[in-house]
Design a protein around this ligand. Sequence first.
Ligand SMILES: N[C@H](CCC[C@H](N)C(=O)O)C(=O)O
Length: 272
Amino acid sequence: MAVAFEKYHGTGNDFLVCEVSEPVDDWGAFAITHCDRETGVEVDGRRGADGVLVLSIEGGDRVRMRLYQPDGGTAAMCGNGARCAAQWAARRLETDEFAIDTPAGERYARVGEEVIEIEMGVPSFAPSEIPLAREESLIREEVEGWEVTAVNTGVPHAVVFVDDVSTVDLASMAPPVRHAEVFPEGANVNLASRSERGFDQRTFERGVEGETRSCGTGAVAIAVVAKRLGLVEDERVSVSPPGGELLVEVPENGPAVLSGPVAFEGRGEVAP
Ligand SMILES: N[C@H](CCC[C@H](N)C(=O)O)C(=O)O
């Protein structure tokens, strides 16, 4: 039996989207096969994906989202994935505002003409919530030779501010930080540097084990760490990963909000 999918990307972070009712026994194995950049499914000229979003509509007006990563594992939250899930759901629901149930908690989505906005929860610097293998927060401390700040924005992130993200060899700097002992569950690794509009972003993702064109929880992490370190004062911060531009709102109290565009790339069928 074939498995139907749709493909979306949010500022270049691309996902296969499947209904949970599709005939797949092992979504982790499915993600390993079809997300592979060399041998995975090809849509619109790009092979593979940064993950598989397994979705369902529950109770008529709520979306349940689970992310399976290219290494077969899962992650509690994905900001761009939630934006793609919201686009998928808006085509099926009669409303443009609804809740998305994720393992990191309930997230509210607003689907507009141009941008899709997700409430991302309240970011945490608490060691037990990131999690960190120590009792103190990790703010601007050296980890594997880089000045790292750690935050959880639904998943664990390490943020490193540099002069120019484009001159750093992310593929070699990120793995030691991603696997550092201080992160017992690993971390996604973000580089940020000042740009004219806000910050440039590059992210090495856990589970993809490589650089992605965009990462929503990473953009929120950069904005919230920039705020914490006193690098910005505005509540709205523009963050530009290689795949586009995201806007992050970081209020004093309350949840961060991530917004940006989503594109539908196509649909098809693959083997389970
Ligand atoms: N790309 C996602 C994050 C996935 C996080 C995952 N790579 C992990 O924590 O293991 C985003 O837009 O927020």
